[in-house]
Every structure is written in structure tokens, then in C-alpha cells.
Design a protein around this ligand. Structure first.
Ligand SMILES: [Zn+2]
Ligand SMILES: [Zn+2]
Length: 445
């Protein structure tokens, strides 16, 4: 027969087993963990569904940040027709609703879902939630809990940001981040502007936000004007104890880090749009943050491997390079060059002996240009194609010559002159010139 203690522990064991099957408010489901680090706690192994993707020790700030990111990601407005996203959206707000309340959080930590449920029903609250996930969403992002789809809902301005990307990062693709000074809904007061959550109706305007002012135009003639109430700034509400963080402004500006993914071969000046990530306000739905990928001028710090490719010039999917040849190389051939490309692979240029390169000649090297940008990026289903690399040659003549060398060359020229001259007139393809202007049909080598 089991003792009393034995029974209790058996019961507890069953309860733990049960809790393990229901989603864990702290964690994120394994199929949407990319936003968060996946730290499994040894005591919570097993089949679990996870919601917020944070540790049990997570601070309020971390919880908020997790909620902000996930609720936006799974908002039904962003995933029309996707029932699973809708469910996740509800789960995320339920989880945040419970964990953001310190009392409920303690209950949840100790007794799990059942404890929360019991507490809610015993304290007279609606059992099993009863909160509106869209209300919670609007507390964070303003508006009416939607992404500005409802007509007439005010929307904030878009913010345009230009980010300089090196050619190397355009070629290889890059994950980077940048910061900007974004207006946030004050987290301390959740956009109320009040230190204690107390918001009262403005006594100066009785909550209308406007006051009627009578103005005398002439004796006996009055004009009635509606003025914005300056006691409450037109909001109709007043706050006795202003939030110390935002000074009652309800918003604050702070440096915000944005992660930026530059796809391989992304076009210069292409735009990346972060929906609803511009300035926030309780009065409107945030506009979009629009990032333009500008191309940075080549700089040593962007070229740690000192590759030649850093100085390539880009036009669409093609790259351009100028290579300098000496007179001997251009004329005699028998030379090679190793051009290091933007990912350090080597493109070999050269001519065998006896192959002439004219000044200004352009070699087309297929497949050595930029990767062609593709929506699917580096997915296994997509093989990258590349544009061309155009190498143009510039021949530099020596401006000084050793006296002995000069004599030897001179003698050589003299020997071949007249014997093997080139008829430039014939080669030029121009019509015959009158005989008077040309004394000899032969030109020098
Ligand atoms: Zn505040
Ligand atoms: Zn007022």
C-alpha cells in the first residue's frame, strides 16, 4: 500500500507529465526558433511545445522583446489565411499575458498551466484566457492591433535609411547590422505616459481635447472658435504622475539595432523593406523602415585579404577591371597575371609567347562577374549564375631607354624596315587617298 507521501509524489509526477505536453510559455516551438537561442533546460526535456523562446530566468525586458518580435511575425495581417500563424499569434500573446504579470508568473512557474487556470477562475476572472490578443498588440505597437489594414487608421511616416555595403559583401552576401535612432513606445509606461498607470480625463476640456473660445470681433459680435486644449495637448487625458522614463511623452528615441541580410548579388541601390518598423507611436501604426543598399567606395578596412576584386567596377551583373601591360608583354606575349577575385579565388590572365595585345583591347571572361541575385538566395534549389568580367588592357611604353638597348633596337628596326613593313593604308579600310598625300605605300613596323 502506498503511503500518503508516495501518493502525493505520484500525483506530482503525473502533473509534471501533463504539463510537459502543453506548450511552455517561455520557449519557442522548434520550428520557429531562429529568432532565439535554443537553450534546453535539463529539467524540461521531452516533447514540448514552446512559446516565447526565452529562459525561465528571463527579465521583463527580454520577455517584452520576445513578444514584440514574435507577435509581429505571426500577426494574422502578415500571414493571411495561415491558421497556424494565427494560433501562434494567440499563443504568444497568451504567454506574454501570463508571464508579464509577476504574480501569475510565479504561479505558472510553480504550478504550470493548471495553476494559472485555477487562479483565474478562483479570482473571478474569465477562465482560459479571455484577453484579446489584438488589444495586447495595440498596447505595444499602437493603432487598433492591426497593421493599418483597417481604413482610416492613421499610419506613421516611412523612414528611409541608406546603408553602405562593400562590393565584396554584395558579391559574397553578408549578414550585418546597423543602428538608427528610432522612436519607441515607452516600455516603462507602455505608451500611457503615466508613472502609475493612472490616466484621468482632462478637467480643462472634459476629455474633448478641444475648448470653445469666444472672441469678440466687434461690439455685440462674437466668434466661436475651437482651440486645441493646451492643458492635455488635445488628447483629452491628463496624467498626474508623469512616467519618469519618457517624461509623459509616451514615446522615447533610442538607438536601435537592425539586422540586415545582403543577398548574394543584390543590386546596387536595391531596397529592403522592414514592415512597420519605422517610428512608433500610440497614436498611429508604425510606417515602414526602408533600407537602401548603397555601394561603398573601396576602402582598406573592407578588404582584409587585399584582393584585386575590391577595386573591380560593377555595372549590373558585370564587373570591369583594367590591367596594365608593358610594351614587351603587349607585343611579345608570354606573360601571366593572377587576379584575386572578391572571394579570394584566382582568375588567371595571360598570353602565350607571340600573342599580341593591343592597347585598349578587352577580354571577356564569362562567369567571373557578379552572382545573379535570386529571391531564393543560396538555397540548394538555386545554382548561382554569374555575369561577365571585362578586362581592358592598357599598354604603357617605357619613357626612358638604356643607350645600348636603344642602339640594338634601332639596328633591329632598320634591318626589318622596308622588308616587312605593314601597309597601314591598306589595313585601315579607308578609301584610296590621292597619290600626292602619300609618298610611300609602306609604313614602319
Ligand atoms: Zn513612459
Ligand atoms: Zn484637455
Amino acid at each position: 500500500m502506498l503511503s500518503r507521501g508516495g501518493l502525493t509524489s505520484l500525483f506530482l509526477l503525473l502533473l509534471v507529465q501533463l504539463a510537459v505536453c502543453i506548450e511552455d510559455y517561455y520557449k519557442v516551438r522548434t520550428d520557429y526558433t531562429e529568432l532565439f537561442n535554443r537553450r534546453w533546460q535539463s529539467s524540461h526535456k521531452g516533447r514540448r511545445m514552446q512559446v516565447l523562446g526565452v529562459d525561465r530566468q528571463a527579465t521583463d525586458k527580454q520577455l517584452k522583446s520576445a513578444y514584440r518580435q514574435l507577435s509581429k511575425k505571426y500577426h494574422p495581417d502578415k500571414n493571411p489565411g495561415d491558421d497556424s500563424a494565427h494560433d501562434k499569434f494567440v499563443e504568444v500573446s497568451e504567454a506574454y499575458d501570463v508571464l508579464s504579470d509577476s504574480e501569475m508568473r510565479q504561479i505558472y512557474d510553480r504550478y504550470g498551466h493548471d495553476g494559472v487556470k485555477q487562479h483565474k477562475s478562483s479570482s473571478g476572472g474569465a477562465s482560459g484566457g479571455g484577453h484579446d490578443p489584438f488589444d495586447l498588440f495595440s498596447r505595444f505597437f499602437g493603432g487598433h492591433g492591426h497593421f493599418g489594414r483597417s481604413p482610416g487608421e492613421p499610419r506613421g511616416h516611412n523612414v528611409e535609411v541608406k546603408v553602405g555595403i562593400s562590393l565584396r559583401d554584395f558579391y559574397n552576401g553578408a549578414t550585418t547590422e546597423f543602428q538608427w535612432n528610432r522612436q519607441h513606445i515607452c516600455e516603462a509606461c507602455e505608451g500611457t505616459g503615466s508613472a502609475d498607470g493612472q490616466v484621468e480625463t482632462c478637467s480643462a476640456c472634459n476629455g474633448h481635447g478641444v475648448r470653445i473660445v469666444k472672441q469678440q470681433l466687434a461690439p455685440g459680435m462674437f466668434q466661436q472658435m475651437q482651440m486645441r486644449c493646451d492643458a492635455c495637448g488635445g488628447r483629452g487625458k491628463s496624467i498626474k504622475h508623469k512616467c519618469p522614463v519618457c517624461q509623459g511623452q509616451r514615446v522615447e528615441r533610442k538607438l536601435t539595432t537592425v539586422h540586415l541580410q545582403v543577398g548574394r548579388g543584390a543590386h546596387r541601390d536595391s531596397r529592403v523593406v522592414y514592415e512597420n518598423e519605422a517610428d512608433e507611436s500610440p497614436d498611429w501604426v508604425a510606417g515602414d523602415l526602408v533600407v537602401t543598399l548603397a555601394e561603398k567606395a573601396p576602402a582598406p578596412e573592407d578588404n582584409p585579404d587585399h584582393v584585386d576584386g575590391a577595386y573591380f567596377r560593377r555595372k549590373g551583373d558585370d564587373l570591369y577591371w583594367t590591367e596594365v601591360l608593358s610594351l614587351r608583354e603587349a607585343w611579345m606575349g608570354g606573360w601571366t597575371r593572377n587576379l584575386t577575385h572578391l572571394d579570394n579565388h584566382v582568375v588567371r590572365l595571360g598570353r602565350p609567347r607571340g600573342k599580341v595585345v593591343q592597347n585598349g583591347h578587352v577580354d571577356t571572361i564569362p562567369g567571373e562577374g557578379m552572382p545573379r541575385w535570386h529571391e531564393q538566395g543560396d538555397s540548394v534549389y538555386h545554382e548561382h549564375e554569374f555575369g561577365n568580367l571585362y578586362v581592358s588592357y592598357e599598354v604603357i611604353l617605357p619613357d626612358q631607354m638604356d643607350a645600348k638597348m636603344e642602339k640594338e633596337f634601332w639596328d633591329l628596326w632598320e634591318k626589318w624596315r622596308g622588308k616587312n613593313g605593314v601597309d597601314l593604308q591598306k589595313d585601315s579600310g579607308r578609301p584610296e587617298v590621292p597619290p600626292s598625300s602619300s609618298s610611300s605605300s609602306r609604313d614602319e613596323l
